[in-house]
Design a protein around this ligand. Structure first.
Ligand code: GLC
Length: 554
């Protein structure tokens, strides 16, 4: 097995250029600003940055409505600025992933403009049309409550066009070989400009059959292999991180049984059970979800996340489980979205409670896969529920207690900086937390550093160990003759757990605590008895700290 797959032990940080740092005072973040902040990200321990869409766009879905795939939106800078940025990241040994939004375009994209206005346009068949309103037009909306239909009549074409998302995002006819060739061209372009791969938006919809007569769309999985092959040919170490909120039974179809499709996928299945676990102090569904998503090809990898730029999607929990999460973390209707999720940031969901924040991030950094942090999470930023839909969690980064939180010199920013209250920039900001050795920022920095020294989690085999308490998740990882054991107590009360680690080489009875002085020795029956405080977590090395002397090469 190739041992230099960079994404296996990476720390990914996602951000939108728009909200990170505004270098030219127009109130909108830009590439020059972001580039100036690369040292900050590097210092934090981030090894790969994922950028949300920054291409030219009318901006009606925060850039997920692209009108020119080969450009940088002028508000964020130029292609020159982009290349300076990827170069600066590379100098620091950091990778860059970018969003690839090719399920649809903006309705302002020249392809759609041409397609709608001329039946003979070469782009006509790049979109999905119907003369009559299809029977299933009121089904399959991704944004229920906001989006009314998936087929909208275009007065110019005098036909209906298909749109899985908002009506200004006409779906590309991805079965059309010309569209497929264009997708490869887009990937090739950005690869050439220095990126290491893509977070591919809405993958199940990209590969789905589309058309007025399609009632249950089949996925065209061979497309994934084509994308992968193309990328590997152009640049061997580039990857695709797929956004695919699918059931575990379908995982292998996306990864490929032989690991020949997507290298990475976000683990939505685990994400939802993680939040249920935090809400209900019940680790069992999470342990089950870990087992259900366990089998995958060696080179494949999960992306583990807490919150992202969208709502926390709870759509696949049972109604009772979903209600438990709503009750705990988003009881008001204003906190909920699309009948299935919560639109808040994590810190306000957890009432800014440091113990629960540490618990949540400790989980994120130690579940099997590669952690994906969201900008602002490292300082426990809040949200602004007065902003519509998902914009509440997309406000400017809070750098200092100076004007506009140090994000911009402008009097008005693209979205207001959060100000006042428990989460305002006056109190929650990077500069302030840097000065305080006990700040959340410094905790995250230390935890990332430790996580990087636990390649067992990124690479190894994971099993959950039976404990004596349902609120406690105990995971053991094995890799190259080394093992770690990680414990989390999801309950508010302290818990005493008794468990066995199982067979190991070296000193079997010892668990060395990596974060505190709470080592454990097994009793004569090989059992460990450990008391975890409420919301407590422990990262242990099995055996002694001379594990690196025991590590094998294979
Ligand atoms: C994905 C993105 C979301 C966007 C949608 C349409 O789900 O995460 O932000 O609105 O695709 O592109």
């Amino acid at each position: 097995m190739i041992s230099d797959l960079w994404y296996k032990n990476a720390v990914v940080y996602c951000l939108s250029v728009e909200s990170f740092m505004d270098s030219d005072g127009d109130g909108v973040g830009d590439f020059r600003g972001l580039t100036r902040r690369l040292d900050y990200l590097h210092g934090l321990g981030v090894t790969a940055v994922w950028l949300m869409p920054f291409q030219a766009s009318p901006g009606r879905d925060d850039g997920y409505d692209v009108s020119d795939f080969y450009s940088v939106d002028p508000r964020y800078g130029t292609l020159g600025d982009f290349v300076e940025f990827t170069h600066a990241a590379k100098q620091r040994g950091m990778r860059v992933l970018i969003d690839l939004v090719v399920n649809h375009t903006s309705d302002q994209h020249p392809w759609f403009q041409s397609a709608r206005s001329d039946p003979k346009s070469p782009y006509r068949d790049w979109y999905v049309w119907s003369d009559k309103k299809p029977k299933n037009a009121d089904q399959g909306m991704v944004f229920p409550g906001v989006q009314k239909t998936t087929w909208t009549r275009d007065p110019i074409a005098k036909k209906y066009y298909f749109h899985r998302f908002y009506e200004f995002q006409p779906d590309l006819n991805t079965s059309n070989p010309h569209v497929q060739a264009e997708i490869l061209r887009i990937m090739g372009f950005w690869i050439q400009l220095g990126v290491s791969g893509f977070r591919m938006d809405a993958v199940p919809f990209v590969i789905a059959e589309k058309g007025p007569d399609v009632s249950t769309p089949k996925e065209q999985f061979q497309m994934l292999r084509t994308f992968r092959e193309f990328l590997q040919w152009r640049k061997g170490d580039s990857v695709i991180l797929a956004e695919a909120n699918v059931l575990p039974d379908d995982d292998m179809k996306y990864f490929g049984v032989d690991g020949d499709r997507m290298q990475m996928m976000f683990n939505f299945h685990v994400n939802q059970r993680l939040f249920y676990g935090l809400a209900a102090a019940d680790a069992r569904p999470l342990a089950k979800a870990l087992k259900e998503t366990q089998s995958k090809y060696d080179t494949a990898q999960w992306g583990i996340f807490l919150r992202n730029h969208d709502e926390l999607d709870l759509g696949r929990l049972s109604p009772e489980q979903r209600q438990a999460v709503f009750d705990a973390f988003g009881p008001d209707k204003t906190m909920q979205l699309y009948d299935r999720g919560i639109r808040r940031r994590l810190a306000p969901m957890l009432d800014g409670d440091r113990r629960r924040l540490e618990l949540a991030y400790s989980l994120m950094f130690t579940l099997p896969g590669t952690p994906v942090l969201r900008y602002g999470d490292e300082i426990a930023m809040g949200d602004d529920l007065s902003l519509p839909e998902r914009n509440c969690a997309r406000t400017p980064m809070q750098w200092s207690s100076e004007k506009q939180g140090g994000f911009s010199k402008a009097d008005k920013t693209f979205l207001p900086v959060i100000s006042g209250g428990g989460f305002g920039f006056e109190t929650v900001n990077v500069a302030q937390q840097r000065r305080d050795p006990n700040s959340f920022l410094n905790w995250i920095e230390r935890i990332i550093r430790m996580r990087q020294e636990l390649p067992e989690i990124g690479w190894g085999d994971c099993v959950s160990l039976p404990t004596s308490d349902d609120a406690v998740l105990a995971l053991r990882y094995d890799w190259r003759n080394n093992a770690v054991v990680i414990l989390h107590n999801l309950a508010a009360e302290p818990k005493e757990v008794v468990f066995r680690v199982g067979p190991v080489d070296g000193e079997p009875g010892r668990l060395v605590d990596l974060l505190a002085q709470a080592h454990s020795e097994a009793d004569e029956d090989d059992r460990h008895r450990i008391v975890l405080e409420g919301y407590g977590y422990r990262w242990f090395r099995v055996g002694g700290l001379n594990y690196l002397l025991d590590r094998s090469d294979i």
